[in-house]
Design a protein around this ligand. Structure first.
Ligand code: FAD
Length: 321
């Protein structure tokens, strides 16, 4: 990922997509059929999520291997390190290497659902431990990404306002240990991301690292509110008002969602004076919303070589996850 970003021209932008492994074989087949069209949107790289505690390890490794080897896409495997054991991590890194995967998004992982706060319970307590472990075991073989939080991470905030400044020392630790890029938690308040980018630029250790904003297209009102709640993303009043006017009209919500995301990208590009090189889409394995945003965005349209026919039929993703 680092090499591919470095090989872009000075004003060239990139996009990347997150996928999760479908639960069923038919979901897997549907996703593969859709992937040819999504590849035509020309992502610089794709990422594959990892179920908490390694719950999807086999499916995640399968999907990542398919992306990398069968589809020739530069693939980033997410890997979490808590509430799991070292064997699962060792096996994942070994298999990733065997499959030619060169990129890992090193994460701590979320607490199990029943627990309000996470407590350390194995060799790895935080993402930094995984970054260090990968470097120790594999040197520079893997390019490493880590997570960033424009609105702050929720840990220790007692549900009150989060402060991104609190995470900075730990983010610096992750970068100094060898992280090459940061992908952010999803957000809908562009100002929060713009402030975060400015905040990072005031730290010498963080000012040059590639910061990639994480964007989740809005497909239905229900998915939007669920995802925002789970990720603790605040919703600006104007966005909420717009969407609430069409709660039960999925087509209207989708179309408003395309406008909202296009505006967020445009705002970020203007306010950061083009310093943001790439935009990461939490695709939810769906093609149409991302394709529509790319088509509408003056900044990202040139990135697409040819978008093909967008169609999300037959996807089991949203329904089951
Ligand atoms: P860390 O960097 O370890 O930070 C977690 C919290 O601990 C922060 O508040 C930080 O400030 C604090 N902290 C860190 N080190 C210390 C220390 N030494 N002392 C005190 N406090 C410390 N989860 C999954 O299960 N699967 C996925 O595939 C997945 N993909 C993700 C992709 C992205 C882009 C993002 C942003 C998140 C993803 N997550 C995923 C969620 C992630 O696992 C959670 O947000 C998790 O709670 C934190 O992970 P982290 O890597 O940011 O942790």
């Amino acid at each position: 990922v680092k090499d591919k970003i470095n090989s872009l021209g000075p004003n060239e932008k990139f996009i990347s997509f997150e996928f999760f492994p479908p639960k069923t074989d038919s979901g897997f087949r549907n996703l593969l059929a859709r992937l040819n069209r999504m590849s035509a949107l020309n992502p610089l790289f794709v990422t594959v999520t990892w179920g908490a505690g390694g719950s999807t390890s086999e499916k995640s490794l399968d999907l990542a291997g398919t992306f990398q080897n069968d589809l020739g896409l530069t693939t980033v495997l997410h890997l979490t390190c808590t509430n799991t054991n070292k064997e699962i991590i060792d096996n994942a890194l070994k298999k990733a290497k065997e499959n030619g995967i060169r990129n890992i998004l090193a994460l701590r992982g979320d607490p199990p659902r029943a627990e309000e706060y996470w407590t350390p319970n194995c060799d790895f307590n935080a993402a930094i431990d995984l970054v260090k472990y990968i470097k120790q075991e594999y040197g520079d073989y893997f390019c490493i990404g880590v997570a960033g939080y424009p609105e702050g991470h929720v840990d220790g905030s007692d549900g009150a306002l989060q402060d991104p400044k609190k995470d900075i020392p730990y983010l610096i630790e992750k970068v100094e240990a060898g992280a090459d890029f940061i992908i952010t938690q999803l957000f809908y308040d562009a100002d929060k991301f713009i402030k975060y980018e400015k905040l990072l630029s005031t730290y010498p250790q963080l000012k040059d690292i590639t910061l990639i904003p994480g964007l989740m297209p809005i497909t239905t009102y229900k998915v939007f509110t669920r995802a925002s709640k789970l990720s603790h993303a605040s919703i600006p009043d104007d966005i909420l008002t717009k969407l609430q006017s069409s709660i039960n009209d999925d087509d209207a919500v989708k179309s408003l969602g395309v406008d909202i995301l296009t505006d967020i990208i445009s705002n970020i590009n203007t306010e950061t004076q083009g310093r943001i090189r790439g935009y990461h889409f939490y695709s939810l394995n769906l093609e149409k919303a991302v394709a529509s945003i790319l088509d509408k965005s003056d900044i990202l349209r040139p990135v697409i070589q040819s978008s093909g026919e967008a169609n999300d039929e037959g996807n089991d993703a949203i329904v089951s996850d």
